[in-house]
Design a protein around this ligand. Structure first.
Ligand code: SF4
Ligand code: SF4
Length: 383
């Protein structure tokens, strides 16, 4: 049987248009009851990566979150909660407020789930990871609806349905995962295991305004005008790849889907519903890394490609806040504030943080967490 992916055109975030798009998508997939039961406690899991204004396209748009919630309540699914574990430490509620989701959730009386503590969960079936620290609010629910955002990502190249589930991992354990799984391949395998453990019932991608370039937090918003929906996160992400003219087989979070038993990415294994021709919605100019995935005896080339990139701070944008240093998951940090120069010291001025590229594992947590979009990723041979 093929994995079904609904691709629904949606040209903006006007409330009724988004509501109708979700309505069409869920009808094509068989209705809400195909995925959840009325008596179940359902967690809505948007992308709440950071405290970014909604126009920056960092987080799931509140209109998409609101439309899904409105549909569910209207169809008698009343035991809803919502939450995410943002990259920035601190209050989840504050992040949800700045992203515009809290206001809608409050209005609809949907409580924030408990993302302030984590519980260790064994996953004996895991091929890469057999233990996860999962947020209490996730474990309190019977099922998850994953409402992700269409964005680029410096480590995995795209972040979509599979990657968005990482926000179910508790707080600082996310950084530890980067140290334990330091490259795109092992990190993707861990994410696949996580998805197999949590088994979200449905994945809904906000691709109305996506993020290209320096994602997932510092990129450029771009209109893609679609909402994608599927029970198969791999098929959904593979469809996202095809919409930006990217080979799904080159993306680790997609590639490992069938290898580890999460889902399917090949064209012949996916049934697209909602549009006649996917190509009509394709944006081949979408700014994303199109490097090939090297495996087997060519894997060494892949490692060189990774080492050939590095995070760089733009001095004119940096406000010397230190969020990048705090985000670095390495115990002995791969970037730090340099010794304060005599002159700067006298004025209380701080220098821009400096990298130790020998230590740096290229996880790009620093780039993700910079509030000023001051960190870019460069290829070394271009300098
Ligand atoms: S997080 Fe960004 S703005 Fe803050 S010190 Fe680092 S590079 Fe500069
Ligand atoms: S410096 Fe940045 S990219 Fe390097 S290990 Fe630290 S957070 Fe990751």
């Amino acid at each position: 049987m093929k994995s079904m992916v609904a691709v629904i055109p949606c040209t903006g975030y006007e409330e009724q248009e988004v509501y109708e798009a979700i309505d069409k998508g869920i009808s094509l997939l068989g209705g809400w009851k195909t995925f959840i039961k009325e008596e179940e406690k359902i967690l809505l899991k948007p992308n709440l990566l950071s405290r970014a204004n909604v126009q920056r396209a960092v987080t799931t748009h509140p209109a998409v979150f609101g439309a899904v919630a409105r549909h569910l309540q209207g169809n008698g699914f009343l035991h809803l909660s919502y939450g995410d574990s943002p990259g920035q430490p601190g209050n989840v509620e504050k992040t949800a407020e700045i992203c515009g989701i809290k206001e809608i959730a409050d209005r609809m009386q949907i409580p924030l789930a408990d993302f302030t503590q984590g519980i260790t969960v064994d996953f004996v079936r895991g091929r890469t990871s057999r233990k996860f620290e999962i947020c209490q609010g996730v474990l309190d629910s019977d099922g998850i609806i994953n409402i992700c955002k269409m964005k680029t990502h410096q480590l995995e190249r795209i972040t979509g349905a599979v990657k968005n589930m990482f926000g179910c991992v508790y707080g600082m354990n996310k950084g530890a995962s980067h140290v334990k799984y330091p490259d795109a391949e092992s990190f993707a395998q861990m994410l696949t295991d996580l998805n197999l453990l949590l088994k979200a019932r449905l994945h809904i991608m906000d691709g109305v305004v996506a993020m290209e370039g320096n994602g997932p937090a510092s990129g450029t918003p771009v209109n893609m005008n679609v909402i994608l929906m599927s029970a198969d996160p791999v098929a959904l992400d593979a469809t996202y790849c095809r919409l930006i003219d990217l080979n799904p087989a080159d993306i680790p979070t997609v590639y490992y889907g069938p290898v580890l038993g999460l889902g399917y990415w090949k064209k012949e294994e996916i049934e697209i519903v909602g549009v006649e021709n996917l190509e009509d919605y394709c944006n081949p100019k979408f700014d994303v890394s199109r490097e090939k995935k090297y495996s087997g005896k060519w894997a060494v080339l892949g490692r060189l490609t990774v080492k050939g990139r590095k995070p760089v701070i733009l001095r004119n944008k940096c406000i010397r806040c230190g969020a990048c240093i705090a985000a670095c998951p390495l115990a002995d940090k791969a970037l730090h504030f340099p010794e304060i120069r005599e002159k700067a010291s006298a004025t209380g001025e701080k220098e821009v943080p400096v990298y130790d590229y020998k230590k740096c594992i290229r996880c790009y947590c620093c780039q993700e967490m910079c509030p000023e979009q001051a960190i870019i990723v460069k290829r070394m041979w271009r300098q």
